[in-house]
Write a new protein. Structure first.
Length: 725
C-alpha cells in the first residue's frame, strides 16, 4: 500500500480515495464528503454554521447554530433547542427512561402490564393487564382523587356511577339511576336497603345519640324482628305477633284489629274470669259508646256482617258528625291493600251525599245526591238490567231544550232546540209536531192505494217505477261496434232496447258510423224505426289515476289527478291551506281543532262560542256575556259602552282616556293625572293629604300597610284583628 504525505497542502478540485484517509490535523472542505459510487449519500456543510448527513438523497441528520434534527426520509422526528427535546410522532423505549419534564401533545401508549409509575419508589401505578385496568397505591400515605369542581366516575358509555359534588352531595347510581345520596342532614335512599353480612349473623341498624341511649333494629337468628334499647329488647315481631316488654300507650289515635285479631282480656272475658271487664263491654255495646275495640275506632280488613233476627226492626250503620265546623264531613272510607280507593258520605260544604274515588270530596266525585233529590253522575251510566224506568225525559247537559223521553202516556218524542223533531205514539210516527202521522209502510202489492198515513218501501217504489216505464229503455248488454257483435241491422230492432258500446268501430246503423266506447245504441220508433246514438264520448275520454281516499281534480283538459283533500270515511283533511270565499264561510257542528295538540275553537252548544288552548278554556262567549280565563291584555285602548265589572290590578288602573274609551295607567301616572287630593278632604281615600270624612273598608285578610318597607301592618282575618309591627 502506498502512502502520500501532505503537509499543510491545499487540494484544488475533487479528492477521491479508495482507501483510508488519515490526517494529523484538520481537513477543510467547502461542501460535502461524498460516498464513492453513491452521489446521494454524503456528509457536509450546505451553508455556514450548518452541517448535515444525507442518505439516498434524504436529509437524515442536520444541525445549525440553534437546533439539531433527527429525521425520517427528510421529515423531522426529533429536534433539540433551548427548551429541551421535541418529538414528532411516537417514541418507543425498551428500558426505563428518566425525564426532567415533558410536554406531550399526542397519545402516550403503554403496552399491556406496562405501568406508569409515580413516586421515588413507584408508589402510584396505573396500568392495564390485558383484561382489567388498575390505579394502585402501593406506598405509604393516602390516595387522593381531587377535582377543582366535582369528581365523577362514569361507565365507558357515559352512564353515571359515582358523582361527588364539591361542598355538596355524593351520589351513587345503579344503571345510570341515582339510588343513594348524602345530604346536609344525612342520606337519602331511593329503593330498598338490604342488610346481609353474608356470614349468617344478624345485621342491624343502629341509632346512636350523644347521651349513650342507643337503639338497634335487627333480625335475629331465630327469624324474629326485634327493637332493642341499649341491651334491653323492647319489641319483638314473630309470626305476625307483636310482643312488647312495656305498656302500649295510644294517644290521639286508635288501635286497628285486622282480620280475626283480638285484644285478650276484653273480647274474650267471661263472667267467671273477669266480671268487671265483661260488664263494661256489655254496657258499651248497649249504649253504643265507649273506649273499646273494635266497636269504635280501628281499621277492618275483613268483612263486616250486619244481621237482625227480630221482626219489625231494621239493621244498619249510623254515622254522626256532631261537630260545629261545616267543613267536617261524615263519610266511610274504603281501602284495599293500604291504598285509598273510595269514600262515601255527606259533603257538608256542598250539602250533598257523594261517592268519590279520592281521599276527599270535590275531587273525582263519581255520584252526587243533592237536597233536591237530583242524582249527578260524573261519568257514563251503564245499566246492565233489562229496563230503565224514567218519568219524563233524558236531557242534554248544558242544553235543557234538547232531550228525548215520554211526553204523555203511550207517547215518546225527540226535541232539539225546543222544537219537536220526532214523535212516536199509538197512532204512528210523526216527523215534527206539525207533520203528518205515519202508521204503516206499504209494499209493492198495495201501491194503488192513496193513503196519507202510509210510507212506501224502496222495493215497492222500484216495482212501481219499473211497471210505469215499461217499454221506454231496456238494457240488452254490450255491443262490439267493430265486429258488429251481436249483429244489429239498420231499421230493425225492438223499440226501447239499447246496447253500450264496448269496442269502438264504424258499423253503419241507420247512417251512424262513429261509435266510441261508452256510447249507447238505442232503437227508437220515433218518426220511423231507426237506431240512434247517445254520445258519451266526452265522459269516455277522461284519463288519469289517483290514490285511494283522495278526491280528484282536473289537472289538465280531460285528465284527473290527486287533489289535496282526503276523505278516509271518518273525516275530511286538507293537506294545504283551505280558503273559503263565501259569505257564510264555514259551517261546523262543534269545533275547529289545531292539528298536533288539543287546542280548538268553536261552538260547544247553541248560541255559545269557546276557545280552548292546551285543554283549558281561555275565552267563552254567549248571547249575554264574554268571559276571559286569565289576563285580558289591551295593547293601546279599548272602546266600550258599559263596564260590567272591574278587577283591581295591583299596579295598573283602568281609567277614562276619551269618549267611551278606557286605558291602563300605572299608579304613578294616575297620581300625575289627577294631582294631589283637595286639602279639605271628603268621603274618599285622599291621595295626598286631606281628611277622610267616611269609612275605609278593608276585606278580610286584606292588610293596611305603613312605611316604605311595610313595617306596620293591620288586618282582620275574619275572626281576629291583628296589628303587626
Amino acid at each position: 500500500m502506498a502512502f502520500i504525505n501532505y503537509a499543510n497542502e491545499e487540494i484544488k478540485g475533487t479528492l477521491t480515495t479508495t482507501g483510508a484517509l488519515t490526517s494529523g490535523g484538520s481537513i477543510t472542505i467547502p461542501d460535502y464528503i461524498i460516498h464513492a459510487g453513491d452521489g446521494d449519500t454524503k456528509i457536509g456543510f450546505n451553508t455556514d454554521n450548518s452541517a448535515e448527513i444525507r442518505v439516498g438523497g434524504n436529509l437524515q441528520i442536520n444541525a445549525d447554530a440553534s437546533r439539531s434534527y433527527l429525521r425520517y426520509q427528510g421529515s423531522s422526528k426529533l429536534y433539540t433547542d433551548s427548551t429541551g427535546v421535541n418529538i414528532t410522532g411516537g417514541a418507543t423505549t425498551t428500558a426505563s427512561s428518566t425525564f426532567a419534564g415533558a410536554n406531550v401533545t399526542a397519545d402516550f401508549a403503554w403496552s399491556d402490564s406496562v405501568k406508569a409509575n409515580f413516586g421515588a419508589s413507584n408508589d402510584l401505578q396505573i396500568y392495564h393487564d390485558g383484561s382489567n385496568s388498575y390505579i394502585k397505591d402501593t406506598g405509604t400515605g393516602v390516595l387522593y382523587i381531587q377535582g377543582s369542581g366535582n369528581v365523577q366516575i362514569e361507565g365507558a358509555n357515559g352512564e353515571n356511577m359515582i358523582i361527588c359534588n364539591e361542598n355538596g352531595s355524593v351520589q351513587l347510581h345503579y344503571d345510570n339511576v341515582q339510588k343513594f345520596q348524602t345530604t346536609s342532614t344525612g342520606v337519602a335512599v331511593s329503593g330498598n336497603i338490604v342488610l346481609d353480612d353474608g356470614s349468617g349473623a344478624s345485621p342491624n341498624i343502629q341509632f346512636i345519640n350523644e347521651n349513650d341511649d342507643d337503639w338497634y333494629i335487627y333480625n335475629d337468628a331465630n327469624g324474629k324482628f326485634q327493637v332493642q334499647q341499649n341491651s334491653t329488647i323492647r319489641a319483638t315481631f314473630s309470626s305476625g305477633d307483636l310482643e312488647l316488654t312495656n305498656d302500649l300507650v295510644v294517644s290521639g289515635g286508635g288501635i286497628s284489629l285486622l282480620g280475626t285479631g283480638r285484644i285478650q282480656g276484653i273480647d274474650t272475658v267471661s263472667s267467671g274470669t273477669d266480671a268487671a271487664n265483661k260488664t263494661y263491654v256489655d254496657n258499651a255495646v248497649s249504649t253504643g259508646v265507649g273506649s273499646y275495640l273494635p266497636l269504635a275506632g280501628g281499621t277492618m280488613t275483613g268483612a263486616l256482617n250486619l244481621s237482625y233476627s227480630g221482626s219489625g226492626g231494621q239493621v244498619g250503620i249510623d254515622i254522626h258528625n256532631t261537630g260545629t265546623n261545616t267543613a267536617d264531613d261524615a263519610k266511610i272510607t274504603f281501602e284495599t291493600q293500604g291504598q285509598l280507593d273510595w269514600i262515601a258520605g255527606i259533603d257538608r260544604s256542598a250539602t250533598a251525599f257523594k261517592i268519590s274515588r279520592s281521599a276527599a270530596f270535590g275531587t273525582n266525585d263519581v255520584l252526587t245526591l243533592d237536597n233536591s233529590s237530583n242524582a249527578t253522575f260524573a261519568g257514563n251510566l251503564n245499566v246492565e238490567g233489562a229496563d230503565v224506568t224514567i218519568t219524563a225525559n233524558v236531557i242534554h247537559a248544558g242544553d235543557s231544550n234538547t232531550y228525548f223521553g215520554f211526553h204523555n202516556n203511550d207517547e215518546w218524542r225527540v226535541v232539539t232546540g225546543g222544537t219537536e223533531r220526532l214523535e212516536v205514539s199509538n197512532s204512528g210516527i210523526k216527523l215534527s209536531s206539525s207533520g203528518s202521522t205515519v202508521n204503516t209502510i206499504l209494499d209493492e202489492d198495495n201501491m194503488a192505494s192513496n193513503s196519507a198515513t202510509a210510507l212506501a218501501t224502496q222495493q215497492s217504489i222500484k216495482a212501481y217505477v219499473d211497471s210505469s216505464t215499461t217499454g221506454v229503455l231496456t238494457y240488452q248488454g254490450t255491443w262490439n261496434a267493430s265486429t258488429n257483435s251481436p249483429t244489429l241491422s239498420s231499421g230493425s230492432g225492438t223499440p226501447g232496447y239499447y246496447y253500450i258500446v264496448s269496442h269502438a268501430g264504424s258499423t253503419n246503423l241507420d247512417g251512424i258510423t262513429d261509435w266510441a266506447v261508452g256510447d249507447w245504441a238505442v232503437f227508437s220508433d220515433q218518426a220511423t224505426d231507426a237506431w240512434q246514438k247517445i254520445d258519451n264520448t266526452a265522459v269516455g275520454n277522461v284519463s288519469g289515476s289517483g290514490t285511494i281516499e283522495r278526491l280528484a281534480k282536473w289537472s289538465g283538459s280531460g285528465t284527473l289527478a290527486n287533489s289535496i283533500i282526503t276523505d278516509d270515511g271518518s273525516g275530511v283533511s286538507v293537506a294545504g291551506t283551505l280558503t273559503v270565499t263565501g259569505a257564510d264561510a264555514i259551517t261546523i257542528p262543534d269545533y275547529i281543532l289545531h292539528s298536533g295538540d288539543n287546542s280548538k275553537f268553536g261552538f260547544p252548544s247553541n248560541d255559545n262560542f269557546k276557545v280552548r288552548l292546551g285543554g283549558s278554556d281561555v275565552f267563552t262567549m254567549s248571547t249575554t256575556a264574554a268571559t276571559f280565563t286569565g289576563d285580558f291584555t289591551v295593547g293601546d285602548e279599548l272602546t266600550i259602552t258599559t263596564i260590567g265589572n272591574a278587577t283591581a290590578d295591583p299596579d295598573k288602573f283602568l281609567c277614562a282616556s276619551g269618549s267611551n274609551k278606557v286605558g291602563y295607567r300605572t299608579g304613578a301616572q294616575v297620581l300625575s293625572d289627577i294631582g294631589a287630593a283637595p286639602a279639605t278632604g271628603g268621603a274618599y281615600l285622599p291621595l295626598a293629604g286631606g281628611t277622610m270624612t267616611g269609612n275605609v273598608i278593608f276585606n278580610d285578610s286584606v292588610k293596611a300597610l305603613f312605611g316604605t318597607g311595610d313595617d306596620l301592618q293591620m288586618q282582620h282575618t275574619g275572626s281576629t284583628g291583628i296589628i303587626d309591627n
